[in-house]
Design a protein around this ligand. Structure first.
Ligand SMILES: [Zn+2]
Length: 234
């Protein structure tokens, strides 16, 4: 009996040790991530300063736009159709999302996102880089997130009932020099599909072939999403 207890004791100790090691590794990685983030955020300037470049810019309106975009984008992601978000994303980010969705299409799987709620939106700051203005927004949300098989409906990953607390950083970019009032002014762009010169405003649609055009030239577009943390709420 003593032997059994001892053996179990050793096994438990080993498990504890492995857990402690894993925890230490995770803590180290987290520190590295945070160091990198605070490095990046040092370069960010407070959004109040942005008003000197764009006096009509409304942080509140911007936050609700981002939050609404998050919710509608999750739906598009689940439906594996993000084409209507073309004007809200940079070319590169749109292509990246499409590649991710292609994996689900090929495997005939769906990443279901349900019970979405955004409970916090905060503008962390802005900076300029490569002729673009960038605003970084932190989003805190709850979602139910799982992957199912399209044919059998079987659960592949995730949990259909537990809510996850997700924290993201969204990078929104716009051509430097553009102002809020410019988003309602039409500008001329060349359609990448049919080559026509078209005047577009924020709806950004080619009047000849119907192609949706990217709009970071004159309006804010999503260029990156970084997942900062996620944990399941029991
Ligand atoms: Zn066109």
């Amino acid at each position: 009996m003593v032997l059994v207890v001892t053996v179990i004791g050793i096994i438990i100790m080993n498990i504890d040790e492995a857990r402690a090691k894993r925890r230490a590794r995770r803590a180290e990685k987290k520190k590295e991530r945070e160091a990198k983030l605070s490095d990046d955020s040092h370069k960010l300037r407070p959004i109040s300063e942005y008003l000197s470049l764009d006096p009509s810019f409304s942080p509140e309106a911007f936050k609700s736009t981002v939050s609404e975009l998050y919710v509608s984008l999750q739906k598009g992601w689940q439906e594996k159709d993000i084409s209507s978000f073309r004007p809200n994303m940079t070319d590169a980010f749109y292509a990246q999302m499409e590649r991710e969705l292609d994996k689900y299409r090929t495997k005939k799987q769906t990443n279901c996102i349900e019970k979405i709620s955004v409970f916090g939106t905060e503008i962390l700051g802005w900076r300029q880089d490569g002729g673009k203005d960038m605003i970084i927004v932190q989003l805190r949300t709850y979602i139910i997130d799982y992957v199912k098989d399209d044919v059998t409906g079987a659960l592949i990953r995730g949990n259909k009932t537990s809510r996850k607390n997700m924290v993201y950083e969204w990078t929104m970019i716009r051509t430097s020099g553009m102002k809020t009032e410019d988003s309602s002014v039409a500008i001329e762009v060349t359609c990448p599909k049919c080559g026509a010169k078209v005047m577009v405003n924020q709806t950004a649609k080619c009047e000849f072939c119907g192609t949706l055009l990217t709009s970071d030239r004159f309006n804010w577009a999503l260029s990156n999403i970084t997942g900062l943390s996620q944990h399941t709420i029991k």
